[in-house]
Ligand binder design. Sequence first.
Ligand SMILES: *[C@@H]1O[C@H](CO)[C@@H](O)[C@H](O)[C@H]1NC(C)=O
Ligand SMILES: *[C@@H]1O[C@H](CO)[C@@H](O)[C@H](O)[C@H]1NC(C)=O
Ligand SMILES: *[C@@H]1O[C@H](CO)[C@@H](O)[C@H](O)[C@H]1NC(C)=O
Ligand SMILES: *[C@@H]1O[C@H](CO)[C@@H](O)[C@H](O)[C@H]1NC(C)=O
Length: 521
Amino acid sequence: MLAKGSLLVLLGCKLSSAISTPISQHVLGSPEFGAGQSSAIENGNHIFNAVHSSMRQWGSSIQHNGMSFFLASMPEGVMMYHGTHTAERVKGMQWLAFEIEHAENFARGRFGRGPGGPGGPGGPGGPGDPPPSASSKSDEKRHGGSGASKLNDEDEQKGGYLHMYRTNRAITRLLYIDGMSAGKTDLGTLDTQDILLLNMTGDSLPMHGEHERGLKLCAWGKPYNIDGFIRTEAGIEIIWCEFEDGLDFISHNRRPGAKDQGVEDSLGTFEYYRAMEARYQGIAGGRVTVDYSSMVSAFFYQMNLTNPDSERSELPRLLAPTNSELGAMRKDVEAVLARTQSVSVHWQGIADMIVSRYALRLPYLATKATNSAFKSDINTLLNTFIDYDNLFIDTAIKQCTHHYLRAAIPSTKEDFLILAALEKVSHTICSTLFAAREIMFSEKLDDQEMPPAKATKLISDMIAWLNWTEWKRCGACAYDEVCVVAIWPFGSVEDHTHPSCQNSTQLQVRGHGGDGYWRRG
Ligand SMILES: *[C@@H]1O[C@H](CO)[C@@H](O)[C@H](O)[C@H]1NC(C)=O
Ligand SMILES: *[C@@H]1O[C@H](CO)[C@@H](O)[C@H](O)[C@H]1NC(C)=O
Ligand SMILES: *[C@@H]1O[C@H](CO)[C@@H](O)[C@H](O)[C@H]1NC(C)=O
Ligand SMILES: *[C@@H]1O[C@H](CO)[C@@H](O)[C@H](O)[C@H]1NC(C)=O
């Protein structure tokens, strides 16, 4: 009751002017980097989401057209996996998986698949493969490419090898390419590699030419001593540029072949999903550290990221920008690579703090809360930032906006762009909540009724703009289920738009249709 009286006083003060207050200039320092800040603010929601989803299988699968790069590092001692047809230690450039199940898929006989590790040629979704499916039988085919039917072949009967490697030094020169960047699709998942880094256009785009892509990326990164490129598909992986540098070869166990008994693995894709599900919210184990302060994102630039395919306008593309625009961004990536490691701001942690405070409360306010619950919840969220001795709403909005951002000590120019983006998101949340609060406390409302539409619409419009992948999560699934979202090369359109808990039967049924999400037409 005390609060209610005070709030009414508060509402009398400066409220309407406060709501329209533009984003405040940084309280934390002033950027020297002029160009880009307006783009960073304009694309604030996308940059926020890229930071939040980085190195997470979940968000990278849903917002699959990554537009950003980050430097990343790994400590000594990290175990990584590679599936192939031979016992010999890999030389030169190849693929390494962070998850066992990912690499096991590639541990096939010579004709079971082509050479290469996760994502390698002949890997999932290679040219001419049938649509992704979930049965282990068609897995066999899916990974088989054109030689798949040669089951009588000696090599195929033998099965391949699972190699394990271990980093034997700190690996500090990795470039993380965000989104579903190892997904060989024409939806735009490869734009940042092929168009931006490799300057390829139209017919020269290799699409499935993974070996060529890997070699070109490594050649491009060589002047900067790049050890490899971290990308995501069904599992997070690394294109490792030189296997004889930075890795100890630990083991090469032969896989069971067609004739080996007692090794039935009928839950193939289901178990693969279990492995990925464990990484939905992060790769875990401290295996990769992202240097957020080195982020270079297409969202920082005045580039036209509109998708020419108007049916997928929500997906950003790099098809419209000019060569010089792309060249300028490529130069900035190269400038970041030429730097020695900076002191990184843990921007993802800040994004997490914001998401975890609001993710459940906003939909509750927008859909379920009665008037009294709405008022009570919004007071929980906002009262903290109000000084009841000085009832100025714009001060309260500023405090609310900057609360979690105060943890950041920005130093690089990229830090200031990320800060501008996160501040835009945080300010939008805080000013929208204060605006909803004004509506709720300025009229007499029946406690048990649902709130006025103008209040809930403010919140639901903001939810649509924020578009957090958190809101697509399945919730807890039963022990015999996994939360299925479309992850290249798996999943249907329905799995992309409405991820859901599925048991092994349901996963197979969905995967078998002609509705594979990742291939069109
Ligand atoms: C939110 O993101 C999803 C996944 O990329 C997309 O399909 C949807 O259109 C986006 N919604 C809005 C309102 O931008
Ligand atoms: C990128 O490709 C275009 C032709 O498509 C060429 O004119 C330009 O010089 C290339 N840029 C670089 C940096 O190689
Ligand atoms: C941006 O690109 C889209 C798709 O290519 C195009 O339709 C649109 O006209 C472009 N917008 C501007 C402002 O150039
Ligand atoms: C999966 O769930 C469906 C529907 O509830 C059920 O019919 C089916 O038997 C279940 N499969 C397994 C392997 O439990």
